[in-house]
Design a protein around this ligand. Sequence first.
Ligand code: 5GP
Ligand code: MN
Length: 325
Amino acid sequence: MSFAALEEAVRDARNIAIVGHGKPDSDCIGSVVGTALYLRAVYPDAVVIPLLEDFHEKFGILEGAKEARQELPEGFTPDLLIVCDCSEAYRIGAGSELAEAGIRTVVIDHHATNAGFGDEAVVRPESSSTCEVLFTLMDHEKISKDCAACLYAGIVGDTGVFRHSCTSPATMRVAASLMEYGINAHAIIRATYDLHSFAENQILGAVLSSAVTALDGQVVFGTATRQMMAECGVTPKHLDGIVDHLINVVGVKAAVFMYETEPGVFKASLRSGEEIAVSEAAKAFGGGGHLRAAGCTLAMGAPEARYRLTQVLGSLLKESGGQAK
Ligand code: 5GP
Ligand code: MN
């Protein structure tokens, strides 16, 4: 499969909107903006608009990210919608109304829980990231340096800098090819993954020092309430990566980081090691994701959310008998 194979959909389009999931992360930003830069190069007559919710200022290192808009220009009616890195239509962030507008829709994703909505879908759960999928769909001669930087940032984000189990030999080959476009790979990793603001470190410290364990230390919960976030001066876009500190603890088999989005509503990020599939736990609460990285929303107080998640994670640990599914 390639963009050429999707050509009928893409070639005839004049006004293309590209969207991703809400609270965009590296892979979402990289794939939405990377696709826009690529399509503008291949189809110079088309108007291509990447639409994304507000995202972290650190992505300013990606030249292309400056092209992203939160709303379509007035009078712009897309004849093609491309949905990147989004497992279900309801998870689309900026431009979500377009999914209901009967526009021809192409979905490009790597979530196993993506059942393939839209008119055409390329969903590859074996790929580390949507950005990795995209590179294999693109004509490599038409990829610009700015596009390559976007795709590289997305792969870096979803693989945790090539460390998570989703990193395959194919992922490394794609990353190596992207480096050949002259991108500053080191600077992209440092800016989008390693560096944090002082306020982000403060909230990280607050979450870690108030974390609690369950099931003999096999499960750990970190929580950021609205009050904690206000005290540290951060918003949800500044919380990425906290859950990784919780899972990287000896003996922890599942980690949950929850932050309060509105009073009594918590968004949960789940991570696991080899033993269990946290996507199953997320699904039990209407969410989803990958085997070892998933998420869901819980409309209840923090103690009840921890209690109910502990029950579900406990059953999964029991069933697993120590093996990943
Ligand atoms: P994160 O914890 O980094 O926000 O998300 C981890 C993974 O779970 C991502 O692949 C993300 O797309 C998925 N995910 C997070 N929240 C939800 C959710 O509410 N519903 C679904 N279906 N997937 C989610
Ligand atoms: Mn992704």
